[in-house]
Design a protein. Structure first.
Length: 328
């Protein structure tokens, strides 16, 4: 199943805000079932819903001027659902919720669990990001004793597993869509492991999840930091280790398990970025040395050697060949 997206940007521009909201809500409920949704009346309507499946679980998100979502008793009665739903506040403001006889509030990055077979409601300000993860009840029951009893209780934000769960979920919302089913299943397993750790599991289940979930999430965290900071010439494993509060050896061991070292990953990012800059005619005013420095290389001769070894031609040759092909 591919990623599903319902965006207000896809609606006819001629509709006013009320009509656009009604049209969006009708599209959503037709595809995903009944849900009470209210928009912020004092803001122009803008809303994007996405859902990506990952094996037995999935990750969905409402993002925009939505102020309230709820499953009422009527909605619950209209369709049976034996799912536990993780709920994460990814927005800038606090979100209040009511569920299972409990009322509470989630600060930004706060997490709780809902029973989809019971009514629940969440309300926030004018602009919200509400992320949810539906998980089959049977999957959690095999790992946690009576997980449904934890519904309506905020996760402990001090637990490392909770922090990594939030980080991992945030990372997933930033990744491009993939049709690799094995990769999707792996992501789903890692996500479930982190949920299990954050909720609290039996010792055997927690030990397995600890080995897979936290380690996999930390690996993704390291990879994401490399992708965002590779162009800094001073970027190093020491920087990442300090950011994450772990040892340099631990960072290197995580990347070794992926089959690519820290230096190799950084170099590949730098070279791919340099290639893109050189291929763009809009950057013809940049000298090769300037391109090299912009991508994190301190020495131009080293950049030239690495570039030729990776792409089979020098930076200058790539730029020249590309312009000649465009002229022909």
């Amino acid at each position: 199943m591919p990623m599903v997206t319902f965006s207000s940007d896809q609606l006819p521009a001629a509709l006013d805000d009320s009509a656009r909201f009604a049209a969006w809500r009708d599209q959503y409920t037709e595809a995903h079932g009944l849900l009470e949704i209210r928009r912020a009346e004092d803001q122009p309507f803008s809303l994007r819903f996405t859902f990506a499946p990952y094996g037995d679980v999935g990750v969905g998100q409402f993002d925009g001027t939505i102020s309230h979502v709820a499953r009422t008793a009527h909605h619950v009665a209209a369709g049976s659902n034996d799912t536990l739903c993780l709920f994460l506040n990814r927005g800038p403001d606090r979100i209040s919720f009511a569920h299972s006889g409990r009322e509470g509030a989630l600060d930004p990055a706060g997490v709780t669990l809902f029973r989809d077979w019971e009514p629940a409601a969440a309300s926030g300000g004018a602009l919200n990001r509400m992320l949810f993860v539906p998980i089959p009840r049977t999957r959690l029951n095999a790992l946690i004793e009576r997980p449904e009893d934890l519904a309506g209780i905020a996760f402990d934000p001090r637990k490392p597993a909770t922090r990594y769960l939030v980080r991992y979920l945030t990372l997933l919302t930033q990744l491009d869509e993939t049709d690799d089913e094995q990769l999707r299943a792996h992501i789903g397993k890692t996500l479930l492991d982190l949920v299990v750790l954050a909720l609290g599991a039996s010792k055997d289940a927690a030990d397995c999840a600890q080995m897979r979930g936290l380690r996999a999430a930390r690996t993704q965290d390291v990879i994401a930091r490399i992708a965002s900071r590779f162009a800094d010439p001073a970027f190093s494993p020491h920087v990442v280790a300090a950011d994450l509060g772990v040892s340099v050896r631990y960072v290197q061991d995580l990347l070794h398990e992926t089959g690519t070292s820290f230096s190799a990953r950084v170099l590949e990012h730098r070279l791919q970025r340099a290639r893109a800059l050189l291929a763009d005619p809009g950057n013809d005013g940049m000298r090769v040395a300037e391109v090299a420095r912009a991508c994190g290389f301190n020495e131009v001769p080293y950049f030239n050697r690495c570039f030729r070894r990776r792409f089979g031609e020098s930076p200058t040759d790539l730029r020249t060949d590309g312009r000649e092909r465009n002229r022909s």
